[in-house]
Write a protein that binds this ligand. Structure first.
Ligand code: 5GP
Length: 174
């Protein structure tokens, strides 16, 4: 599958460290629950939490989005739910990419009903050109063009999550 490097590992590491420092400062003295959305955000979340110098709990949400690989339908099913209550806790939902915004706005609405003390959103990537539901991203890594991205946790047909950098799938040669 032809691909073109987009953001190298060093640039990602520097930005993720910066986000971790910002989160640390924003939540000083508070307990925090980090909620990565599986599977795409697992690499980002694993790096991010190592730059947060607070007592953090990590709990995962597994989701399935109906629709084909490259098009979000907006119909989201929670396949793995949180293992404990977030009531009264400070929570950061961690996504790999906000594309149309449908997935994250569904998850946000769902988590808000559980009455956390606060609910913020971190996303490694944002593709504003495809917004269907405007979403406020509190901790954003990078804004990207309307291209299909793989690597650093993001897949194409479950492959390429292990690339240490971000790349764009191209149809050159197809
Ligand atoms: P949304 O509901 O915001 O349209 O889509 C969010 C989900 O679609 C992401 O969590 C991700 O799983 C998938 N997605 C959207 N854009 C891309 C992309 O460029 N590359 C990959 N690998 N997944 C994407």
């Amino acid at each position: 599958m032809p691909m073109k490097p987009l953001i190298d590992a060093g640039t990602i590491a520097a930005r993720v460290a910066e986000l971790g420092r910002t989160i640390t400062n924003d939540f000083l003295g508070k307990d925090l629950v980090i909620v990565p959305v599986l599977k795409g955000s697992y690499v980002f979340a694993a790096d991010l939490v190592r730059h947060i110098e607070l007592d953090v709990e990590i709990d995962f949400l597994g989701v399935r989005s109906y629709g084909d690989q490259e098009e979000s339908s907006g119909v989201v099913q929670i396949t793995t739910d949180l293992s404990s209550s977030i009531e009264g806790k400070h929570v950061i939902l961690v996504e790999d990419i906000v594309d149309t915004g449908l997935t994250v706005s569904y998850l946000y609405e769902n988590l808000v009903t559980r009455q956390p003390a606060s609910l913020k959103l971190a996303s490694l990537l944002h593709k504003p050109a495809r917004t269907r539901v405007p979403v406020e991203i509190d901790y954003l890594g990078f804004t990207v063009e309307d291209v299909f991205i793989v690597g650093y946790g993001l897949d194409y047909a479950q492959k390429f999550r292990n690339l240490p950098y971000l790349a764009v799938l191209t149809d050159e040669g197809a």
